[in-house]
Design a protein around this ligand. Structure first.
Ligand code: GLA
Length: 378
């Protein structure tokens, strides 16, 4: 993991003076998980961990990944996963612009934990898209960049929704972004100043995340088409009472997933009220409820995440916690009052966790940040 000046210095050493700087934050999601590709609501904010990109016009395309100490050049054998992203970025940019990629020298890296469910890959892809948009004068607006970044990420295998890319391009410091994923409309929701969010990284990186994630998505796509075909309705329209009548037509596991999505959408709405009133206790309860649903109904948690959430319940200073992001590993999000020190809790929990799972936890205090910022340094 690198900080901004390390990425900058790497660029200067390898390529000289940069012309462009892109600062791209990672994303945290307060609540509304696995709802973005289900026409639901999500409530993310961007955090103070970033990917930085420096670049300049050149004769030849050369990309250096500071965190991996590796170079990418066109026509080389692609070996790392970050290079696969670069390849699909270049292919899509060239196809959308209908011309060859203009060569540049670029270095990127940062301090967003990788594979931890905080969108390190979306940060990279969105950053490259914003850079090429400026560099090649593509004239794409934010909505078009969001769609392009999302398409590129689908090429990597995970058929995600648009929460991460939308947060990265459209968030505002001090606020969470309420995204209605059906209409793709957004609004800002102030994060109470007395609230503090922590991430607890389980350091579990699920190898088969694309197949498990896509499996959930496919099941929900099937459920949605069944609702449309046989009941002439959509996920947005059905209520708890409707669930009873459709019960016989759905497999139990799918019905639970549908139920989770309805409940999670309601929790997003309830969270808005709690944020408005600064009701941290009720907000915390929603986080625990969300975790229960993700673990038991949507089945995207894992033993390590469940363990950390249980340990959060044992600390009165933690009002609520839940797994965050796609799941199957990655981070737990925990809510406390500002100025709460979780140091003691962390050292005890970390020891228990190490004994049980043979690896450590990371505790990361997060603050909301600005969205992606593209700067022409000339
Ligand atoms: C991943 C995807 C998002 C979203 C979350 C789960 O982060 O990229 O689109 O579906 O999982 O809420």
């Amino acid at each position: 993991m690198a900080n901004r000046s390390e990425v900058f210095e790497s660029f200067v050493t390898k390529f000289g003076t940069p012309q462009y700087q892109v600062t791209v934050p990672g994303r945290v999601n307060i609540i509304g998980e696995h709802t973005d590709y289900n026409d639901g609501f999500v409530l993310p904010f961007t955090m103070d961990r970033y990917t930085w990109i420096y670049a300049k016009k050149s004769e030849k395309l050369r990309i250096y990944a500071v965190d991996y100490h590796e170079f990418f050049e066109q026509n080389i054998h692609v070996k790392s996963s970050w290079m696969k992203y670069v390849e699909s970025i270049l292919t899509e940019i060239s196809s959308i612009s209908n011309r060859d990629i203009e060569p540049l020298e670029l270095a990127f890296g940062g301090n967003i934990p990788i594979g931890a469910g905080v969108s390190s890959s979306s940060a990279m892809v969105c950053g490259f898209v914003a850079l090429f948009n400026e560099f090649m004068n593509l004239g794409l607006n934010k909505g078009e960049m969001i769609s392009l970044a999302s398409k590129i990420e689908h090429g990597s295998g995970v058929l995600g929704g648009k929460m991460d890319q939308t947060a990265i391009f459209k968030s505002q410091k001090g606020n969470a972004l309420l995204l209605d994923c059906k209409n793709e409309t957004t609004s800002m929701v102030k994060i109470p100043e007395q609230w503090q969010f922590y991430l607890v990284n389980t350091n579990v990186k699920h190898e088969l995340i694309d197949s498990d994630y896509n499996d959930r998505r496919q099941k929900m796509e099937e459920a949605k088409s069944l609702l449309k075909r046989d009941f002439k309705t959509s996920l947005r329209q059905i209520t708890g009472a409707d669930l009873e009548s459709i019960k016989p037509y759905f497999q139990h596991t799918v019905l639970e997933m549908v139920q989770f999505v309805l409940e999670e959408n309601q929790r997003v709405k309830d969270m808005l009220e709690n944020m408005k009133n600064g009701e941290i206790r009720d907000a915390g309860k929603l986080l625990y409820k969300s975790h229960e649903g993700l673990s038991q109904k949507y089945k995207v948690s894992c033993e390590e995440l469940d363990f950390v959430v249980e340990e959060c319940r044992n600390n009165q200073d933690i009002y609520g916690a839940r797994m965050m992001g796609a799941g199957f590993g990655g981070c737990v999000l925990a809510l406390t009052m500002v100025n709460t020190n979780l140091g003691r809790w962390y050292s005890i929990t970390n020891r228990l966790y190490e004994n049980r799972f043979g690896r450590g936890l990371d505790l990361i205090k997060v603050r909301s940040s600005n969205p992606l910022i593209m700067k022409n340094l000339n």
